[in-house]
Design a protein around this ligand. Structure first.
Ligand code: ADP
Ligand code: MG
Length: 250
């Protein structure tokens, strides 16, 4: 699904990613953890194609196709979904209308017709039932006055509707309460399928109490310095990152 080789990236002439290697197969959930400033958000931004980050070496392939030169929206149309740490408010545009537009834009980019209204409604009904999202929420203005949990609910709903091949969820930002953590975890667990993959970026071990990742990677100073299974996250929770830094720095 996703294959990253020797990825180096910089922002404002400062090298942040210093040779990342990462293979994510369809059906897998990967967690990326690591101390503040390690480059986790940079990695997710670089995969999604944000402009301010410059790739200076290496490859990013999605299903065997090099996407590293594509614009962010082109990557999105190819099935890369990234959560927004700071979602925009759009007064007057409902959660439902926003997602309808997003789906049809994506279909247009793929040379497809708009989704028939009947199919769209059916899909909205199915996904909102799956995620236990009520009708009232769907008609609210996008992100306007949303609580942390509601922002997450909207994000997971968008993900469910868009059915991305690769979802990257950057959960590094601020204090997510337990309700918001559960919404994210529940969504990821329900949407996990054999033909998609999820990369969860977090420094909350707590999130991984609810999402059991297939692999846990530790990012430190722009490199993945350790990979393990879910038990690695538990060890990090107990012992912090110092032992890893010592291992790396010798
Ligand atoms: P993490 O998400 O692991 O906490 P980040 O990827 O946010 O780490 O940041 C890694 C480093 O890159 C930090 O030193 C940060 O200051 C720097 N950095 C990230 N984005 C920018 C930017 N847009 N401009 C300048 N420096 C940045
Ligand atoms: Mg971050």
């Amino acid at each position: 699904m996703l294959s990253i080789k020797n990825l180096h990236a910089q922002v404002e002439d400062k090298e942040i990613l210093k040779g990342i290697n990462l293979e994510v197969k369809a059906g897998e959930v990967h967690a990326i953890m690591g101390p503040n400033g390690a480059g986790k958000s940079t990695l997710s931004s670089v995969i999604a194609g944000k402009e301010e980050y410059e790739v200076t070496a290496g490859e990013i392939e999605l299903e065997g196709e090099d996407i590293s030169e594509l614009e962010a929206d082109e990557r999105a149309h190819k099935g890369v979904f990234m959560s927004f740490q700071y979602p925009v408010e759009i007064p007057g545009v409902s959660v439902t209308n926003f997602i309808k537009t997003a789906i049809n834009e994506s279909r247009k980019a793929q040379g497809k017709e708009e989704m028939p209204a009947k199919d769209m409604l059916k899909k909205i009904r199915e996904k909102s039932e799956l995620l236990e999202i009520d009708r009232k929420f769907l008609s609210r203005s996008l992100n306007e006055g949303f609580s942390g949990g509601e922002k997450k609910r909207n994000e997971i709903f968008q993900m469910a509707m868009l059915e991305p091949k690769l979802a990257i969820l950057d959960e590094t930002d601020s204090g997510l309460d337990i309700d918001a953590l559960r919404i994210v975890a529940n969504g990821v667990n329900k949407l996990k399928a054999k033909d998609n993959a999820v990369v969860v970026i977090t420094h909350y071990q707590r999130l991984l109490d609810y999402i059991v990742p297939d692999y846990v990677h530790v990012l430190h100073d722009g490199k993945i310095v350790k990979t393990g299974d879910a038990s690695l996250a538990l060890k990090l929770e107990e012992q912090g990152y110092d032992w890893i830094k010592q291992e790396v720095e010798g």
